[in-house]
Ligand binder design. Structure first.
Ligand code: DX5
Ligand code: ZN
Length: 217
């Protein structure tokens, strides 16, 4: 279903070769590049920060979708704007003032996303849907790629109903593959993050595997 965007997560890419990996997935048809920032505090893993995002920027021709699994968020917004992120997604669980955080992201000119962990009900974003450009529904507990999909299609449907006729994306993140993608698209998702399902079996030497994996989703 090509009205749905594919956003490969570089968390599953070769950490010693991000530039080549980003070019490979974009050459093979990626719509966005999903960048998983983890601070070892909000989630039990640590990946990269603003300097890495700045280094990725010249290689990204499409759209750099930065998923902040960090707390607090506000002190770092400016740094990610300077690094060149196109969109910044903050977790509603990352602090007490998600409305202010989204306002601060928008004030830099970036698009703003709000993310929900599997245990957080859809209603938690009800009052920021006029501000957010996207709702990210996590379908794994954040921190790692390659985990098993948690079926939250009812929650996706609820979020789509709450959004109504606003222009707000629903992004699904975690365990998305050819079997799970149709479930969430039917429920109203229009952006699919996939890490292991895109990168598995491929490499920068065999990027056509990435293309085939993306087509299958
Ligand atoms: C997990 C990240 C996801 C992850 C997806 O905390 O937010 O973006 O990289 O990886 P897969 O698609 O392998 O579940
Ligand atoms: Zn993510």
């Amino acid at each position: 279903d090509r009205s749905v965007k594919i956003a490969p997560s570089i968390l599953s890419a070769d950490f010693a070769n991000f530039g080549a990996e980003i070019r490979a997935i974009e050459d093979q048809g990626a719509d966005w590049v999903h960048v998983d920032v983890m601070d070892g505090h909000f989630v039990p893993n640590l990946t990269f920060g603003p300097p890495a995002v700045k280094a990725f920027r010249p290689h990204v021709k499409t759209f750099m979708d930065v998923h902040l699994m960090i707390a607090p968020v506000d002190p770092y917004i400016e740094a990610y704007a300077e690094a060149g992120a196109d969109m910044l997604t903050a977790h509603v669980e990352a602090g007490p003032h998600i409305h202010r955080t989204l306002q601060a992201i928008k004030a830099t000119g970036m698009q703003a996303g709000v993310a929900l962990n599997p245990g957080t009900p859809a209603e938690a974003v009800a009052d920021v849907l006029d501000l957010a450009d996207m709702v990210l529904v996590m379908t794994v507990n954040p921190g790692f790629g390659g985990q098993k999909f948690i079926d939250l299609t009812a929650k996706v449907r609820k979020v789509r109903e709450m959004i109504g006729d606003r222009e707000v994306h629903i992004q699904i993140d975690g365990g998305v593959d050819p079997n799970t993608a149709p479930l969430v698209v039917a429920a109203g998702a229009d952006v699919l993050v996939a890490g292991s399902a895109v990168f598995k079996g491929g490499s920068v030497e065999a990027p056509e595997v990435y293309g085939r994996n993306m087509q299958a989703i």
